[in-house]
Design a protein around this ligand. Structure first.
Ligand code: OGA
Ligand code: MN
Length: 300
């Protein structure tokens, strides 16, 4: 192991670790392999003092797999501040000014404050998200993470049996609808048809079972819409009890990697008259969740 990892909360040794003493700009294949191994255990890894430029963040992230391009590009009026493989997690416009609170993109981005797993609305969702803190507001703006493997373990056997083979439909239209946002372009509607995702997955690296949930989930196949939504609501409520949460308070230069296959996250409120500028690189998974489950069952 070329890296040193310690659990942030020693009482929770298998969720949220802090990695010390390394400069990720110097990462080589061995260090990346060790980071992947540590992620299999901790699911969330915090690295302090990583002053990445955009180019350096891309160079660090891209060997982990296919880098997703940012969703914002599908709206015709949206202009990017930088390379499309970096998601712009900020309240800034392309001209560098703070977005007004009625700004279309800002209203849509507010859905980041609902519990979610990145890109669960894509046929093949995200594996890792890698978020770099560049400019922070004076208060708030924490990011919270929920341990979906521990949450699965804590379910009563009756619920485990009920959800074992269930499939939910995910779309950004469901998460946005929770906030009353429906101002989608034709292109966004065409590109964001609901996609199926299994509710229970087996996490490849740890072989542990995990819930797979997000506010993007809006229906459960084989159930009425209200029944499916109630089940999803109950599961998210269960998974976001305090004992399953790590809340990250950011410092400039912090870099956090999380495994979307077994973690939900959400951003928290901050003062919108202040700048919060974060950049995310996102590594796609290898296949849709249903395909992964089929392969796992065939090879079990
Ligand atoms: C994200 C996200 C929340 C935050 O980057 O995917 O949801 O705290 N961020 O900015
Ligand atoms: Mn997110």
């Amino acid at each position: 192991m070329s890296i040193t990892v310690n659990p942030i909360n020693p009482k929770r040794p298998s969720f949220a670790g802090v990695v010390s003493g390394i400069d990720l700009r110097q990462a080589d294949a061995g260090m990346r392999a060790d980071i992947e191994l540590a992620l299999d255990t901790y699911a969330v890894l915090v690295f302090h003092n990583q002053p990445f430029s955009d180019e350096e963040q891309l160079t660090f992230s891209s060997p982990f797999g296919f880098l997703e391009s940012s969703r914002g590009s599908v709206h015709p009026k949206h202009t990017h501040r930088f390379d499309n493989r970096l998601s712009d997690i900020s309240n800034l416009r392309a001209d560098g000014k703070i977005r007004p609170t009625n700004d279309r993109r800002w209203m849509s981005t507010l859905a980041n404050r609902l519990w979610h797993s990145d890109s669960s609305f894509k046929p093949t969702p995200a594996k890792y998200s890698m978020l770099s803190a560049r400019i922070l507001p004076s208060w708030g703006g924490e990011t919270e993470f929920s341990d979906l493997r521990a949450a699965y373990d804590a379910l009563p056997p009756r619920i485990k049996a009920k959800i074992e083979d269930l499939v939910a439909m995910h779309s950004i239209k469901y998460s946005r609808a929770k906030l009353g946002f429906a101002d989608f372009s034709q292109n966004e509607i065409a590109l964001n048809k609901p996609v199926p995702q299994t509710i229970v997955r087996t996490h490849r690296g740890s072989k542990r079972k995990t819930l797979y949930l997000a506010s993007h989930a809006g229906e459960v196949i084989g159930m009425s819409v209200p029944e499916g939504r109630m089940l999803l609501h109950d599961l998210i409520e269960h998974a976001t009890q305090p004992e399953f949460i790590y809340s990250h308070t950011w410092a400039v230069g912090d870099f956090v990697i999380w495994d979307n296959r077994c973690v939900m996250h959400r951003g928290r409120d901050f003062d919108m008259s202040e700048v919060r500028d974060m950049r995310r690189t996102t590594v796609g998974d290898i296949a849709p969740t249903l395909e992964q489950k089929k392969v796992q069952e065939e090879t079990a």
